[in-house]
Structure formats: C-alpha cells, structure tokens
Ligand binder design. Structure first.
Ligand code: CTP
Length: 394
C-alpha cells in the first residue's frame, strides 16, 4: 500500500527530531519515497547530511534556494501526503494562521495533499489555550494529528507532549492511504464483556473495557465499511458512524451476530463468558439464616466465534478471533486458530499491563505465518488491523 507513495516530511524544531530519522527508515522500508524539508529550528536538532543519507534524497531547507532550483509550488505538488513530524507549537500556530514565512510553512499553505502532524512540545505549551485553539482549527480542517503521547520528556517534566513513536506515526500514515478501501463492505465486530445472570439483580462478568473492539469498529468505519458493533455492557460511547447493538449475555450476543449476517468479515474481540449459571430464578436469591450459601451450577455458553466460523450458509469471507495469552503466545494462538476454524487470530500478550491499558502488543497469526507488531496504542492496533482487513477483502 505504501509502495511508490510520495511523502514530504517536514521536521520542525524539537529535541525529538531524531525519531524522524527512524520514521524515514520505516517509510522507505514500506516502499515510500520520502523528501525531507527542514525548518531552521529542525536544523538545530538533526543535520541535513543525516537526513540526506537516510532518505536518499536532497534535503530542502531554504525558501529562496528551493525557489531557484525547483520552486515551492512544485515541491508542494510533489507529495501524496505531507507529514509534519515533529510538529512544534510554532509550526502548528503558523499552519492554523496560514503564515508562509519559510519553506516549510509555504509548502503547507500551497499544498493540496492531505497533511498529518505529530506534535512534540513541552506539556505546558501543548495545554496552552492558544495551542488548544490552533489544534482545534487544524482538526476542523481535516489535518490528522498523531499524538502527542504522555510520558517522560527531555525536561524533568511529564505530561502530554512526547512525539508519538515512529511505528505509531507510520501506522497513521498507512491508514491515511487506506481511506475508502472498505466502501460497500459490511463488517461485524463483537466487543466488551458479557454479563451472565445469577438472579434478577446479580451477574457474572469480567474486566473487559471494550476499548480495543470499539477502536476496531471506529477504524473500520473510517475506511468506509458499514459496521455492526455487537457490544456487551461497557461505559464507552457509540463510535461515530457505527451501528451498535447492545446486549448482555453470550447467547444474546450470538443471536445479535447471527441477525447481523451476512457480512464480508467478522471480528470477534468480545471477552465472552465461557460459562453461565444454568438456571436463573425469577426472584432474587435470599440468604436463609443458618443455611449454607447457595451453589451456582454453570452451563457452557455457545462459542460465538466457532459457531460463525463454521456457519453452513453465511460464513463471512474473513473471520478473525482474538486470543489473550500469558505464555507461548504464538503457539497457543496457532492452536486456537485451528480449533475455532477462523482465518486469523490476533494474539494478545497480556502478561504485562495490557488489560484495561491504552497500549497493546499483538501478533497476527494467519494461515501463512505470524507477524509480530510493535507495542502500539490500541487505536493504532485498530487502524492497522482495519487496513489489513481491507487488503484481505480487496
Ligand atoms: N469467543 C467467542 N465465544 C465464546 C468464547 C470466546 O466468540 N463463548 C471468542 C472471543 O471473542 C475471542 C476468542 O473466541 O475471539 C477467544 O477464545 P477463548 O477460547 O475464549 O480464548 P481465550 O479467552 O484466549 O482463553 P483460553 O486461553 O482459555 O482459551
């Protein structure tokens, strides 16, 4: 998808600029051509020589020198995408105001290509009302912002302001090129926990937040798919442009998924309860003084993923399951893929702080092999998976 794509990369002044050298390497590895443009601030942090070496292109810095050689309008017309990484508070302000006082800002004003910016600055600068207003202006114009992330900064401070990791910026660039790829497709996504009633007021549940599944539904919708999200109880708002069916139990989830068929793909991210109380009294269970506590007998819930993967008449072309593993992650996922009859398993390494956290480290297990993805924010895992689904259905 990135093959032959032209990316004009503007580096503005930030101590994080060194990370953009890695971004260039990743972009070129993915098949893109990268033309670097350095602002005066950017040139304080990385050298023109390093950029030229890693990009294999000449580096443009000065408006008037570029004018003499190629012209800022031709530079602005060259790329399929303009990426500003790192994007300082200053260049975001210039973009918001439409200033054109150097080569980078002139290209940004003259280009017709989409623009993606990865901000990096001190947390106080990022939180300043002026920057907030500039960012809102840019977002309203359709400029995609990646990050910033929270974490330790060069200064002894922390908060939002860290440049997103190169792999995260790459994932955002890839999905920018995937827009519309899923137009006309229907995808079903399951997400969240299920609640299995014990009596009218009590239930068995689990700690799934639903975040990853909701992010996947949103990412698929962003690529133009019609998405049906079958969700257990969560605290999350409905993702934009997604049809949400809210259910409680595993059996209700299966019925809602079956009702949503046919679909081109189905992504089973829900943490479905494997067992449910086998009979549910209509009245609340009372504690009887002196009597032993009641016993709950469990019955096996249907396996929704396996049921749909073996559907006789309406199996979606692509069926994707998830697996949460703490050890032998890939080995277990491969076995689960065969056992459940699905095409892909997204294997989650949950040995760290993935459950309920903002990031996820996954392996994509398919019939042809295993891809180890870097640790990414859940939104980026979702975008990347959506892009892969689009490619598989193309
Ligand atoms: N799944 C489902 N219906 C169930 C149970 C699981 O659709 N009743 C789906 C989940 O949505 C997920 C995959 O199956 O896609 C997970 O399989 P599961 O057997 O539950 O594996 P894990 O949760 O990873 O746990 P275990 O290691 O116990 O197999």
């Amino acid at each position: 998808m990135m093959h032959g794509r032209k990316v004009l990369l503007i580096l503005s002044g930030s101590v994080a600029a060194y990370k953009s050298l890695e971004l260039i390497r990743l972009l070129r590895k993915a098949g893109a051509e990268v033309m670097p443009v350095l602002t005066a601030g950017g040139a304080r942090f990385v050298t023109k020589e390093a950029l030229a070496g890693i990009s294999g292109q000449r580096v443009h810095e000065d408006l008037w020198a570029a004018e003499a050689e190629i012209g800022h309008i031709r530079l602005a017309r060259w790329p399929d995408l303009v990426v500003v990484a790192p994007a300082s508070a200053n260049i975001l302000a210039k973009m918001a105001q439409g200033l054109a006082d150097d080569l980078a800002s002139t290209i940004l004003l003259a280009t017709r290509a989409p623009v993606l910016a990865a901000p990096a600055m001190n947390p106080a600068m990022w939180m300043h009302p002026a920057t907030r207003a500039n960012v809102a202006t840019l977002a309203a114009r359709g400029i995609v912002l990646v990050g910033p992330e929270e974490g330790p900064m060069a200064e002894p401070e922390s908060g939002p302001g860290r440049l997103a990791e190169p792999a995260t910026i790459l994932a955002a660039i890839e999905s920018r090129f995937a827009t519309g790829l899923l137009a006309g497709r229907h995808v079903i996504v399951t997400a969240g926990p299920t609640h299995e009633s014990i009596d009218p007021v009590r239930y068995i549940a689990n700690r799934s937040s639903g975040r990853q599944g909701y992010a996947i539904a949103a990412a698929l919708a962003a690529l133009g798919a019609r998405v049906t999200l079958v969700s257990g109880p969560t605290a999350l708002p409905d993702p934009a442009g997604v049809t949400v069916k809210r259910i409680e139990s595993a059996r209700e989830m299966l019925a809602a998924v079956e009702a949503a068929l046919p679909a081109d793909a189905a992504i089973f991210n829900a943490a479905v309860a494997d067992f449910r109380p086998d009979s549910v009294p209509t009245q609340k269970i009372k504690k009887e003084p002196g009597a032993p506590p009641p016993e709950i007998h469990l019955a096996l819930n249907p396996d929704i993923l396996a049921t749909i993967a073996h559907h006789a008449t309406a199996r979606p072309r692509l069926v994707v399951g998830f697996a949460a593993e703490t050890e032998k992650v890939v080995e277990h996922a491969q076995a689960k893929r065969a056992r459940k009859g699905c095409d892909w398993i997204v294997a989650n390494d949950v040995s760290g702080d993935v459950m309920g956290g903002a990031e996820n480290a996954v392996h994509l297990v398919t019939a042809t092999g295993v891809e180890d993805w870097p640790r990414l924010p859940k939104d980026e895992v979702a975008r990347r998976l959506a892009t892969r689904i689009a490619e598989a259905l193309a």
